[in-house]
Design a protein around this ligand. Structure first.
Ligand SMILES: Nc1nc2c(ncn2[C@@H]2O[C@H](COP(=O)(O)OP(=O)(O)O)[C@@H](O)[C@H]2O)c(=O)[nH]1
Ligand SMILES: [Mg+2]
Ligand SMILES: [Zn+2]
Length: 299
């Protein structure tokens, strides 16, 4: 078909709200106008032909909730979410658990990044996190300012993984991006020039190839809102620390691991193979999410 020969495949590498930049598979790059809220995401594989730009089905979609409770999709085809924490500012209780559950629910692998290694107490925080989440996610101790540990992080992405950093405001996500993608600001400028929209246009998200391999998504157009609220069902399936226990399924498929008979999680706590504090942390988050779900239904 004639139209087939004119269709081109590529990847969306920047989103400006009313236009996206596409890197085509032949190496060329250009911006394409899209409707606002057209659903195109940075990271999407796309097909471009005379009808316009069509995003192909994607996996690994990062979603966030804004302060009005609306959910926004931000980037797609992600392999990794780097959950960034630091000794200062300290992340809210349950943040890491929620972020891990949120990543896993989206089919994305979480890693834990303890930043600000130069600050006192960082090693202790790293050791605590590395041991608490040993069965769930790899942990890195890094310093965006002094460069410590960054090679291990770069190496992790170098196998071609596409990642994004999430975390509370102030933990150093932007600083990390800037040291890992040294050409970040320059490239964002270039992309805006490419878009023909000028440098003042807000980019909501951009995709950056790392010098040693892999890619990172930057989300300058989004505030540091947290991971999307996970459902109580997601929590029960994906809570970090329950992996070994859940290798043997609970009696009930929708077990909430609270008081049901034949529950592998409760058995693991009773048998001493699962730390009671993990179960307590789970129950606390579960109550919170169940309440939010009731509130959302208007009870
Ligand atoms: N001491 C120390 N401060 C850091 C480090 N990384 C970032 N910061 C500082 O933490 C603050 C917040 O960093 P920023 O990258 O804007 O955090 P973001 O809100 O997560 O993007 C800034 O003042 C940074 O200079 C680090 O490795 N060590
Ligand atoms: Mg930032
Ligand atoms: Zn159970």
């Amino acid at each position: 078909m004639a139209s087939d020969s004119e269709s081109q495949h590529g990847t969306i590498i920047a989103h400006y709200g009313i236009a996206v930049a596409v890197r085509f598979d032949d190496g060329s790059q250009r911006s394409v106008n899209v409707r606002r809220n057209s659903g195109h995401l940075v990271g999407d594989r796309v097909e471009s032909d005379e009808r316009g730009l069509t995003s192909l089905p994607a996996t690994g979609i990062l979603r966030r909730r804004d302060k009005h409770g609306r959910v926004h999709s931000i980037a797609s085809n992600l392999d990794v979410i780097g959950v960034v924490v630091a000794v200062r500012p300290v992340s809210p209780l349950g943040f890491v658990d929620r972020a891990i559950v949120s990543a896993r629910s989206a089919g994305i692998d979480p890693i834990l990044v303890v930043n600000k290694s130069d600050l006192a107490g960082s090693m202790q925080l790293y050791e605590q996190i590395a041991s608490e989440y040993a069965s769930s996610a790899r942990a890195f101790l890094v310093g965006a300012l002094d460069g410590q540990g960054l090679d291990a992080l770069r190496e992790f992405f170098a196998s071609g993984k596409r990642g994004v950093f999430i975390g509370t405001s102030g933990v150093g996500k932007s600083s990390l991006l800037n040291v890992i993608c040294p050409d970040l600001e320059l490239r964002v400028g270039e992309l805006n020039t490419t878009s023909g929209l000028g440098r003042h246009v807000t980019t909501t998200a951009t995709l950056h190839a790392l010098p040693g391999g892999g890619e990172l998504v930057d989300t300058p157009g989004f505030r540091d809102f947290g991971p999307v609220e996970v459902s109580s069902r997601d929590l029960a399936r994906h809570f970090p620390g329950f992996e070994a226990a859940l290798e043997h399924a609970c009696r009930f498929n929708d077990c909430s691991h609270r008081a049901e008979p034949g529950c592998s999680v409760q058995d693991a706590v009773a048998g001493g193979s699962l730390d009671e504090s993990r179960h307590a942390a789970y129950l606390q988050l579960l109550v919170e999410l169940e309440q939010a779900e009731l509130d959302a239904r208007g009870y």
